[in-house]
Design a protein around this ligand. Structure first.
Ligand code: GLU
Length: 471
C-alpha cells in the first residue's frame, strides 16, 4: 500500500465493483480520473471493489482490466483488491473504537425492527438510534455485536464538491452506520475510506450516485483525523431520451464498442466530451485532453449519449491516424474479434490502399468493408447490389476498356483520361461507368475510387478481374 506520494502530487483512482460487464459510465469515470492525474504528473490507481463476495466474479475483474487496457487508460502500480484488505479495515474499526469514535452495538435485528416500527407509528425519524452509543462498557454483554461509528448528532456536514457545489447534509439525517459486522467483516463504507486514505488518494472523482455516501464517509475521515480528499461527483450518463443510459438505448458495455470496431482514441475523445467541455472543442488528441481537462469543465447536468457524435468523432480519429498505426489497430481488432489475421499479401495491399480507405470509415469493420477489394481474391464474387450494375451494355464497355488497359500507362492521370474518354465515346458519364467497374474490381458498391483500386491492384490483376466479368 502506498502513501509515498510526493507532497502535493495528485492521486486519483477508479474503484469499480467487478460485477458483470464494464459499463461505459465506469469507462468515462476512469477516463476523467486518468486525464486529471496524467495532466498533472499525478498517479492514477485501480482498486477492485470486490468485497461483495456473492456478486464479484473473476471474469468481471478481467473485463475491467481488458476494458481499461483497450481504452489505453494505464494505471500506476498493481491493482488493489479491496477484499484482500479486510484485516486492515477491521484494524481501523478497532482503532476508532479505542479512540471512542465508534462503539459496540449489541442490538438484535428484532430490536432494530421494533425501533423502526415504533418510530413509524409515532411519526419520528426511523434512523436507528442505538441505546449502546453511550453505554458503559462494563454493561456490555458477552454477545455478538457490530461496531458503529459515532456520527455527529447536531450541526451539518458540508461537502465542498467541485461539480455539485456546496452540498449540505443535516447531521441528524446521518445514522451511526455499521462499520464492522458481527462476523468481523468490514462494511463497504469503511473499506472505501480506509482504502482511499491508505492509497493516498487526493481526488475522488466518481458518479453522483455516491454523493450521499460522501457525507457518511466524511464521518469516518473526521473520526480518524484524516485529511479529506477533494470530491467531484459527476452526473450519470443518460440516453438520447433523457433517461438513464440502458440497453434499450444501445450498447452500454465497453466490450461491445470494442467488438463493433470503434477506435479507442475516438472513444476516449467522445467519452471525455460526455459531460465535460473545453470551449467548443470537439475533436482533440489525448495530449490536448490532458492539458485541458479540469474539474470546473464538468457539467452539472447529466450528459446524453449521442451515438452519431461518437461515430463521427471515431471517423475523424481513423482519418487522422498514421497508416501504420491504423494497420496495427486493424490487426488488434481482427484478433480481438476472433477473425482470421491478414495474410502478408493482404497487409501489403491494405497498407498501399490505406490513404483511400481511412477516409470516412467510422469503425474498423467499415474500413475492412471498404478494403474488400484488396482482401478478396479472384474470382471476385459481386454482392447483389454490385451484380445489378453489371448489365450487358456495361460489360461491353468494360471489355473495350480491358483491351485498352493492356497497354495504358499505369498512372492516375492516364487512367482517368482513358476511362473518361471511353465514357464519352459511349455518350455516358464517368460516373455511369464507375459502377460496373467498381463491381468488377471490388464486387461491392462501396469502395475507394476505381482509380485508387486500379493503382493498388496493378495492371495484371485489374485486367484479370475485368476479364472475369466480361469473359
Ligand atoms: N465501487 C463503486 C462503484 O462501482 C465506486 C465507489 C467509489 O468510487 O467510491 O460504483
Amino acid at each position: 500500500m502506498t502513501q509515498d506520494s510526493a507532497p502535493g502530487q495528485v492521486v486519483t483512482r477508479i474503484a469499480p465493483s467487478p460485477t458483470g460487464e464494464m459499463h461505459i459510465g465506469t469507462a468515462r469515470t476512469a477516463l476523467f480520473n486518468w486525464l486529471y492525474a496524467r495532466g498533472r504528473g499525478g498517479r492514477f490507481l485501480l482498486r477492485v471493489e470486490d468485497t461483495d463476495r456473492a456478486r464479484s466474479t473473476p471474469e468481471a475483474t478481467e473485463a475491467i482490466l481488458r476494458g481499461l487496457d483497450w481504452l489505453g487508460l494505464d494505471h500506476d502500480e498493481e491493482p488493489v483488491s479491496q477484499h484482500a484488505r479486510a484485516a486492515r479495515h477491521a484494524e481501523v474499526a478497532r482503532e476508532m473504537l479505542n479512540k471512542g469514535q465508534a462503539y459496540k452495538c449489541f442490538a438484535t435485528q428484532e430490536e432494530i425492527q421494533a425501533f423502526r416500527e415504533a418510530a413509524r407509528a409515532e411519526g419520528t425519524s426511523t434512523l436507528y438510534r442505538s441505546p449502546w452509543r453511550d453505554a458503559d462498557p462494563a454493561t456490555h454483554p458477552d454477545a455478538p455485536h457490530v461496531i458503529r461509528v459515532k456520527a455527529p448528532e447536531t450541526g451539518e456536514t458540508v461537502i465542498d464538491d467541485q461539480v455539485q457545489g456546496r452540498v449540505t447534509v443535516r447531521n441528524d439525517q446521518l445514522d451511526d452506520m455499521v462499520i464492522l459486522r458481527s462476523d468481523g467483516s468490514p462494511t463497504y463504507m469503511l473499506a472505501v475510506v480506509v482504502d482511499d486514505h491508505d492509497m493516498g488518494v487526493t481526488h475522488v472523482i466518481r458518479g453522483d450516485d455516491h454523493l450521499n455516501n460522501a457525507a457518511r464517509q466524511m464521518t469516518i475521515y473526521a473520526a480518524m483525523g484524516w485529511p479529506l480528499p477533494v470530491y467531484a461527483h459527476i452526473p450519470l450518463i443518460f440516453g438520447p431520451d433523457g433517461k438513464k443510459l440502458s440497453k434499450r438505448h444501445g450498447a452500454t458495455g465497453v466490450a461491445e464498442y470494442r467488438a463493433m470496431g470503434y477506435p479507442a482514441a475516438g472513444m476516449r475523445n467522445y467519452l471525455a466530451r460526455l459531460g465535460w467541455s473545453h470551449g467548443d472543442d470537439e475533436f482533440f488528441t489525448d495530449e490536448q485532453a490532458m492539458a485541458w481537462f479540469d474539474l470546473d469543465g464538468i457539467n452539472k447536468a447529466p450528459a446524453r449519449f449521442d451515438f452519431k457524435k461518437l461515430a463521427n468523432l471515431c471517423g475523424q480519429h481513423i482519418a487522422a491516424m498514421s497508416d501504420d498505426a491504423l494497420l496495427r489497430e486493424i490487426d488488434a481488432h481482427l484478433s480481438a474479434t476472433g477473425a482470421a489475421p491478414l495474410t502478408d499479401a493482404q497487409r501489403d495491399a491494405m497498407s498501399q490502399a490505406m490513404p483511400s480507405l481511412k477516409d470516412r470509415a467510422k469503425t474498423y469493420p467499415e474500413l475492412l468493408e471498404k478494403a474488400h477489394f484488396c482482401l478478396t481474391s479472384r474470382p471476385v464474387v459481386p454482392d447483389d447490389k454490385a451484380a445489378a450494375a453489371l448489365d450487358d451494355v456495361s460489360r461491353g464497355i468494360l471489355s473495350e476498356l480491358t483491351l485498352q488497359l493492356q497497354t495504358a500507362s499505369w498512372t492516375r492521370d492516364a487512367l482517368e483520361t482513358l476511362v473518361g474518354e471511353l465514357a464519352q465515346a459511349h455518350g455516358t458519364k464517368l460516373g455511369k461507368l464507375a459502377g460496373p467497374l467498381r463491381a468488377a474490381l471490388a464486387g461491392r458498391t462501396v469502395s475507394p475510387s476505381v482509380f485508387d483500386m486500379m493503382l493498388v491492384l496493378g495492371r495484371a490483376e485489374t485486367v484479370a478481374r475485368l476479364e472475369d466479368v466480361t469473359g
